[in-house]
Design a protein around this ligand. Structure first.
Ligand SMILES: NC(=O)C1=CN([C@@H]2O[C@H](COP(=O)(O)OP(=O)(O)OC[C@H]3O[C@@H](n4cnc5c(N)ncnc54)[C@H](OP(=O)(O)O)[C@@H]3O)[C@@H](O)[C@H]2O)C=CC1
Ligand SMILES: CC(C)=CCC[C@@H](C)[C@H]1CC[C@H]2C3=CC=C4C[C@@H](O)CC[C@]4(C)[C@H]3CC[C@]12C
Length: 557
């Protein structure tokens, strides 16, 4: 996906961060919630609820759910344009800290006041932790973690206890330094592979055809426009890789050199990404691509979190490149390379291929749904800084692939019955996750008028306000998977990760690192998304939360 930003809606909005809490918006906020069974109530509640509307009153409107078929659209706003996001929203939300950025959505006075009084004041100390200490810790943790994964797989027989023993026997600092001393800088073959692949991916991103797709309207009122060519780029890349592999093999070469020199790959990508993020940071200050940019006033935090929401260079969308064309494409290529290495070493090993197959189905699903990914937190909230760009360029490459990396040297024989059970459960998990994501897409594409699980969808027509003061409306689905829990789709995502890991057996913890990380990431994300949606949709989100009280697992959490 690539391309422009339709700015017709941005209308002279100022750049930089603006306070999402901005008051002065005394809008007559219409509830937009209605029920086909009680349209009288709907009309009674809708429109004309002016600023004085009490929070209690509005949140008590739990009957504000409408059946999708009833189509009580208010204000003629297109739902396609309705979702949106706060670019500057808390970084913390991604790193486990709270941010320093306020949300950019404007809130009604009453809600703003309630939120403000409910939020603990941020002391200077807390802000320093959020904006400086936290990012530093994460930026120290993440490159080391990636290198530990490689070292554990390559030198410790996949054992974290052996890794810990080696680190601790010399003292932590000396031990960690010792691990880094084993890492080589990129040799020409690795440099050619990495930068050759980047060039190839860029060419595909720009040249492959695809229909026009729009992202959600940003708080500044911009609508990102993409070329939906992820699936075709993925197919061409995998096909080219298979062709290249045959060609290399015929000439006595093999792509598994990438496995043999994986430390070089990681260190080269790390160095490249650091420079890349620095360039992006300063591009955001001086040459921003859109009005969705700004500084937190803290250079380090700006580096970590980024300064632009949708940076583009010569028309190339940077986040599409880092997240999709690099991270999400290199991950499957590495799966295949590691599986090939396993084959070269041990012949056919069912555990490796079961794991690899499930991951490949997952990637195929991802690219099929890529336009939907353009409406998720990574794209709508996370700016192009260290967290997301370094994350997708290096963390995905080195950490997300760790199950396959581990399996190369630790073949496990599963047998056919167990392989089949794992495959079926894994594919089932992918299907549920996909269907949940799809329900969210369908409900908005159909303006709430579609069947969910055979019944008219229950929807909340939620209004929100852009920084400019313009009102928009969006649809929250409150039935189907989105009626089970507010982020139930994370459950199959986690189960799937478990199913592609379990072929590694239980001898070591290392292959489970990704599942554990994902559990923490997704749990945190449920809070992060609640915070974001609460700020954006205010009372409408409260209504949704009343109707769907659990974040992820009904009755538990
Ligand atoms: N493997 C990995 O590392 C990870 C994988 N994932 C996967 O990526 C996919 C996307 O997840 P994620 O990025 O967390 O985003 P979500 O799919 O959870 O999307 C969150 C956004 O969807 C909108 N939304 C929330 N509730 C509703 C509702 N009831 N009806 C309609 N729209 C709603 C809101 O955006 P709006 O402003 O548009 O209303 C919200 O911000 C999932 O499949 C997830 O499992 C996610 C994180 C990590
Ligand atoms: C420690 C550190 C710097 C972490 C960076 C984390 C990111 C690399 C990940 C954060 C969220 C991840 C993703 C979100 C949603 C996705 C959709 C899914 O279908 C495929 C995976 C992914 C793109 C995933 C990729 C890694 C993150 C961006």
């Amino acid at each position: 996906m690539s391309s422009g930003m339709s700015s017709g809606m941005s209308s002279g909005m100022s750049s930089g961060m603006s306070s999402g809490m901005s008051s002065g918006m005394s809008s007559g906020m219409s509830s937009g919630m209605s029920s086909d069974k009680s349209s009288d109530m709907s009309s009674g509640m809708s429109s004309g609820m002016s600023s004085g509307m009490s929070r209690g009153m509005s949140s008590g409107m739990s009957s504000g759910l409408s059946s999708g078929m009833s189509s009580c659209m208010s204000s003629g706003m297109s739902s396609g344009m309705s979702s949106g996001m706060s670019s500057g929203m808390s970084s913390g939300m991604s790193s486990g800290m709270s941010s320093g950025f306020q949300t950019n959505w404007r809130l009604p006075d009453s809600c703003a006041q309630a939120r403000m009084s409910g939020d603990p004041p941020k002391s200077g100390l807390l802000s320093a932790i959020n904006k400086t200490v936290g990012p530093i810790l994460l930026m120290v943790y993440s490159p080391n973690m990636v290198m530990f994964m490689w070292y554990a797989a390559a030198h410790c027989d996949g054992s974290f206890s052996e890794l810990a023993r080696r680190i601790l026997e010399k003292g932590v600092v000396a031990g960690v330094a010792d691990i880094w001393s084993n890492v080589s800088l990129g040799t020409p073959v690795v440099l050619y592979a990495i930068f050759g692949y980047m060039l190839f991916a860029l060419i595909l991103q720009v040249t492959m055809p695809g229909p026009r797709a729009e992202g959600p309207v940003t708080p500044k009122g911009n609508v990102p426009v993409y070329k939906d060519n992820g699936f075709v780029c993925f197919l061409v890349t995998v096909a080219s890789f298979i062709g290249l592999t045959f060609y290399l093999k015929q000439n006595g070469l093999t792509p598994t050199v990438v496995y043999d020199r994986f430390d070089e790959v990681l260190v080269t990508l790390t160095l490249f990404s650091l420079v890349f993020c620095l360039v992006l940071q300063f591009k955001g200050y001086f040459f921003p691509s859109t009005s969705d940019h700004g500084s937190s006033g803290n250079l380090l935090f700006d580096f970590y979190w980024g300064t632009e929401l949708y940076p583009r260079v010569f028309g190339v969308d940077i986040k599409v490149f880092t997240n999709c064309r690099f991270g999400m494409t290199v991950w499957p290529l590495l799966c295949l390379i590691f599986a090939l290495k396993s084959y070269e070493l041990h012949g056919f090993v069912d555990s490796m291929w079961v794991s690899c197959f499930l991951q490949m189905v997952y990637f195929t699903k991802f690219f099929w749904w890529e336009a939907g990914y353009m409406r998720t937190i990574d794209i709508m909230v996370d700016r192009a800084g260290y967290y997301i760009c370094w994350g997708c360029l290096v963390y995905v490459t080195g950490f997300y692939t760790s199950v396959s990396l581990y399996l190369v040297n630790k073949p496990v024989h599963l047998g056919t019955p167990l392989s089949v059970v794992i495959l079926v459960l894994g594919v089932f998990s992918i299907a549920i996750n996909f269907l949940a994501d799809k329900q969210k897409q369908d409900i908005r594409a159909s303006d709430g008028k579609c069947l969910i699980w055979g019944k008219p969808a229950k929807v909340i027509r939620a209004q929100y306000v852009l920084e400019s003061g313009d009102k928009r409306e969006s649809i929250l689905l409150a039935s189907g998977w989105w009626g089970v829990a507010r982020h139930f789709h994370y459950v199959p995502e986690l189960l799937l990760a478990f199913f592609w890991t379990v072929p590694a057996g239980f001898e070591n913890l290392m292959p489970y690192s990704y599942v554990i990380f994902l559990f923490i990431l997704l749990t945190h994300r449920t809070f992060r998304d609640d915070e974001k949606c609460g700020a954006k949709y205010t009372t409408f989100w409260e209504t949704y939360c009343k109707h769907v009280p659990y974040k992820m697992i009904p009755g538990v959490f």
